[in-house]
Design a protein around this ligand. Structure first.
Ligand SMILES: Cc1cc2nc3c(=O)[nH]c(=O)nc-3n(C[C@H](O)[C@H](O)[C@H](O)COP(=O)(O)OP(=O)(O)OC[C@H]3O[C@@H](n4cnc5c(N)ncnc54)[C@H](O)[C@@H]3O)c2cc1C
Length: 453
């Protein structure tokens, strides 16, 4: 990267909007934060760089929500806005329930999800800024006075009393100068796409595993080693939601790396279909790419340094927190060059090879008790030294193992709801974020439909 610089003369920027709470990043996490705060009476703005809401869930075509039950699959542990969105999607035939025998619970239609998120924001009078990129904060000491966005209007400012960074990469936290860290090895990225015609290949070649069949062609098509997998678009078997192979060593918070990887992701998506066409001939004649995700699927970049860093042991041993604002059972799931390692709360351990086969063992003896779920403390959402900033989603403060579980959407989304409620707490009681009354946040979350224990 060049080290040359240009000088931008200082200039005044028009204020586009003033509100109580401004959220940077309009994934499901960001939308849930906005809606929960708005329901309590806050005026809220939300800034999203994409043309649609939903982030990874919609624009990167990662259309799965995992279990909302405890380990025994008896008691529901996640409710809140997730329940409301599931009901809305169900009424449009846009969600598929999966018996939670393994890890998954729902697959949703990403396009329908994005429309529901639009509706949710509008119903709650949240002021959306789409195709609007947050570029820099305006600081007043350690307070954020405003954020500068770049959109079709040029540079504009949004003033707010509280801010939430739900940008995934911690753009606001880092540019505001608050500490953030990256784990030594980042989880890989993957690029998703929609394809037509795979179902026909399956029908005409019963019992054949498509990846195993095309794998010998990988070198010829410059296809990276790990297995892609076929997700579903609910109730639309003609379409396959293809989850791309894991691309290791990619730091998606580096703009040049991001550009290269987006283009490589698209190339790989089509190369995979070319491999299928070559291997299956006539039965794959109709295989075609119908949509390329507008956004790269990023599993991990930065983590804010917060009042507490959740650890793998906290998670796997179900540590109780008096400021718990979320609950989960998803395993510690770490993708790495050697495959995928999963540690389940019930003591099982699964190692999936890059080719896709799984080996099972135990990390904890069967004689030891299994916690029913893990808890997510509010302290992991409060950046150190910040006065009026909270974080939500994958920027949460967690060590490598804990993050492996917290990073999935049912968990990120709960941190969004918690951040929205906590932000309102801070605004309405006029306190800095480290003095937010967690008991009150828990009580408001429960009153608003979240399951709080
Ligand atoms: C390939 C893959 C498979 C996965 N599989 C699953 C799965 O099966 N189930 C599951 O639950 N989870 C899965 N995950 C993990 C999960 O999808 C993500 O961790 C989660 O969606 C992250 O949500 P988030 O809201 O924190 O961040 P993101 O979804 O990354 O949202 C950040 C939002 O902020 C916006 N933004 C960023 N910077 C700016 C800026 N400067 N200005 C304005 N807007 C900005 C982005 O456009 C985006 O909308 C997977 C992830 C990947 C990549």
């Amino acid at each position: 990267m060049s080290t040359a610089t240009v000088h931008i003369p200082s200039h005044d920027v028009p204020v586009a909007h003033e509100c109580d709470i401004c959220i940077v990043g309009g994934s499901v996490t960001g939308v849930f934060a906005a809606v929960r705060a708005a329901r309590l009476g806050a005026s809220v703005a939300l800034v999203e760089q994409n043309t649609m809401l939903g982030g990874t869930a919609t624009a990167a075509l990662v259309n799965a929500w995992h279990s909302v039950f405890d380990v025994a699959k008896k008691e529901k542990i996640i409710g809140g806005l997730l329940d409301e969105v599931v009901t809305r999607l169900r009424s449009r035939n846009a969600i598929r329930d999966i018996t939670p025998i393994h890890r998954d619970q729902y697959n949703f239609n990403a396009a329908e999800m994005s429309v529901e998120l639009d509706a949710l924001l509008l119903e709650h009078n949240v002021r959306p800024f789409l195709s609007a990129k947050f570029s820099m904060p305006v600081m007043d000491g350690s307070r954020i006075a405003a954020v500068i966005i770049e959109d079709k209007g040029g540079r504009r400012a949004i003033r707010a009393r509280m801010f939430i960074d739900a940008s995934g990469d911690g753009d606001l936290v880092r540019r505001a100068g608050f500490p953030a860290v990256k784990h030594d090895i980042l989880q890989p990225v993957s690029y998703q796409s929609l394809a037509y015609g795979i179902e026909e290949v399956r029908k005409q070649n019963p019992g054949v595993d498509i990846w195993s069949a095309v794998r010998p062609l990988a070198d010829e098509f410059k296809f990276p080693g790990s297995n892609p997998w076929f997700g579903v678009v609910p109730h639309t078997p003609e379409l396959s939601n293809i989850f791309g192979p894991r691309l290791n060593g990619v730091d998606a918070s580096d703009p040049d790396v991001l550009t290269r990887t987006l283009m490589e992701g698209r190339r790989i998506s089509r190369a995979f279909l070319d491999m299928i066409r070559k291997r299956f001939g006539e039965s794959a004649a109709k295989v075609v790419l119908v949509a390329a995700a507008p956004m790269l699927g990023v599993r991990e970049t930065w983590h804010a340094q917060c009042l507490y860093r959740m650890t793998q042991d906290d998670l796997l041993y179900g540590k109780k927190f008096d400021d718990a604002v979320g609950y989960g059972t998803y395993p510690v799931d770490i993708h790495h060059p050697g495959g995928t390692s999963l540690l389940y709360l019930d003591g099982r351990e699964e190692l999936v090879s890059p080719a896709g086969g799984a080996v099972w063992k135990r990390w904890r003896p069967e004689t030891e008790a299994t916690p029913p779920y893990f808890q997510i403390p509010l302290r992991c959402l409060i950046p150190e030294h910040a006065e009026n900033l909270l974080v939500a989603g994958r920027i949460i403060d967690a060590d490598k193992g804990a993050y492996g579980a917290l990073r999935v959407q049912v968990n990120c989304n709960q941190t969004g709801e918690a951040a929205g409620v906590a932000a309102w707490q801070a605004v309405s009681t006029n306190v800095p974020v480290h003095r937010i009354d967690a008991a009150n946040v828990r009580s408001l979350l429960a009153k608003g439909g979240s399951i709080i224990r």
